[in-house]
Design a protein around this ligand. Structure first.
Ligand SMILES: Cc1cc2nc3c(=O)[nH]c(=O)nc-3n(C[C@H](O)[C@H](O)[C@H](O)COP(=O)(O)OP(=O)(O)OC[C@H]3O[C@@H](n4cnc5c(N)ncnc54)[C@H](O)[C@@H]3O)c2cc1C
Length: 429
């Protein structure tokens, strides 16, 4: 096993940075505590909203657009050696993205200015009549505007597929991936970083030494960095969120006219700027051709008692009911003639948002207790509910920071600045 960079954590962030580093010619070792088929982690699942609507200079829109360009490079590389079996559409599903603004919308950190800047790829309904004419749907009760974004690769992206392709790319570039291997401790020695591993299949331990390390351990970053940057545990606060999955019963779905079925597909994904800041999307299509609808709320958060067991925590009755009534309401707004009993709860699971105070992720070099920056160390964390759409852009930024590379574009440099840690943040803890 030869390597000159260690990446800890094989979720979307660790896999993205490991690919970018491998693409730069680095010999990468990616370490993941789970088996190759993941059963937990913030990147678990088959759909995340990918979108690029935003006010001028919007960070999320930039990261989404940049990530698509970077994913295209990954696909080109994977297809380079033979028949083009990989496509961007394996990862991205283009579908109109609905943004529903309510009369009493929560503070949106400037995002609301999209209402004043008409975007050429969007349609805007400010009344029920406009909503009906444009989308054949009702403007939801108490909503003031429904915007739909129509853009190639805006819709959803599939984290599972992206991780699989990234891992293939890393390995084809000569990198190594260790699954079932947990980093138990990470310390800085005068010469390098010392990484202690436990291989869960064999129970064996191993100590590795490396001068370059990326920590992309999701909600475990705080625990992992307790020796070298204990303040991270205070800067990133993980919280539980839940996801509920529903489908229209087969007997009902089969009888729906085709225009209803099309309207369901067009109605997702959707972001509701309500008090829960809820979101919904089609996770997958089942074997009978019925869409599996997933719903959650960015502000439906609760305290985590134990990081290792939070993933198994079942949804309570209120959470399931909240998911069901909101899904039913959305389908009714889209004029889908179903009753509550036609909507079936299939499953639900708990997941984790790693949250910074500003809810802006951190992709940054690290500082020690005396606020000197650590050489050869980058942290990717605090990805909350926004990370997926920018995966490869975050990966690019992290790899550039580690290798001291740069890009000239103003947008890129603004993103680096916004994602970076600074001494004021640390002093303020
Ligand atoms: C419910 C939910 C909905 C979301 N919706 C959207 C959306 O619509 N659009 C969007 O853009 N983003 C969305 N996101 C955000 C996005 O999914 C996350 O930001 C992203 O997946 C975070 O990836 P990560 O790699 O940082 O974390 P993770 O996926 O958690 O990866 C960390 C990995 O590190 C491993 N690990 C941890 N500790 C160790 C250790 N000591 N040794 C070895 N391995 C270790 C873990 O097993 C894990 O696989 C959502 C997130 C959630 C939870």
């Amino acid at each position: 096993m030869t390597y000159n960079v260690i990446v800890i954590g094989g979720g979307l962030m660790g896999s993205s940075v490991a690919w970018q580093l491998a693409n730069y010619g680095q010999k990468v070792l990616l370490i993941e505590q789970q088996d190759q088929i993941y059963v937990q982690g913030s990147s678990l699942g088959e759909a995340r909203i990918a979108r690029s609507l935003g006010p001028k200079g919007d960070l999320w829109a930039y990261l989404h657009d940049k990530s698509i360009l970077e994913t295209e490079k990954l696909i080109a590389f994977l297809n380079d050696s033979g028949t083009p079996v990989h496509q961007l559409s394996d990862i991205y599903t283009t579908s109109p993205v609905s943004y529903i603004f309510y009369d009493s919308k929560p503070k949106l950190g400037g995002f609301e200015s999209v209402l004043n800047q008409r975007h050429k790829d969007c349609k805007y309904a400010f009344s029920n009549v406009e909503s009906h004419n444009l989308f054949e749907t009702n403007l939801p009760k108490n909503a003031s505007v429904l915007i739909r974004e129509f853009r190639e690769y805006s819709g959803t992206m599939n984290p599972k597929k992206l991780i699989q392709k990234l891992h293939l790319g890393i390995q084809r570039k000569g990198g190594t991936i260790l699954y079932n291997s947990k980093v138990e401790s990470l310390i800085k020695t005068p010469a390098c970083y010392e990484v202690k591993l436990l291989h869960s299949n064999t129970g064996e331990t191993q100590t590795l030494f490396c001068t370059k390390v990326v920590s992309a351990a999701g909600c475990y970053n705080g625990i992992l960095l307790k020796n070298i940057a204990p303040y991270i545990d205070k800067l990133i606060k993980p919280q539980r969120v839940f996801l509920a999955f529903f489908k229209i019963r087969a007997s009902k779905f089969k009888k729906l006219p085709i225009d209803c079925k099309n309207r369901i597909m067009d109605a997702y994904p959707a972001i509701y700027f309500n008090k829960e800041l809820s979101f919904a999307m089609i996770e997958s299509i089942d074997k009978d051709g019925i869409p599996i609808i997933k719903i959650g709320g960015h502000f439906c958060r609760s305290i985590i008692k134990d990081f290792d067991t939070v993933w198994e925590q079942k949804l309570n009755k209120e959470e399931i009911e909240w998911g069901k009534s909101n899904t039913l309401q959305h389908l009714h707004d889209c004029k889908i003639p179903i009753e509550s009993s036609d909507l079936e709860f299939i499953r639900g699971y708990s997941c984790v948002y790693s949250l910074t105070q500003t809810e802006i992720p951190i992709v940054s070099t690290l500082f020690d207790r005396d606020l000197n920056s650590y050489p050869g160390f980058v942290l990717m964390g605090g990805m909350s509910g926004v990370g997926a759409k920018g995966s490869l852009a975050y990966g690019l930024i992290a790899s550039n920071l580690l290798l001291q590379k740069n890009e000239l574009s103003e947008d890129y440099n603004n993103a680096v600045k916004k994602l970076g840690l600074n001494t004021t943040m640390i002093n303020n803890i």
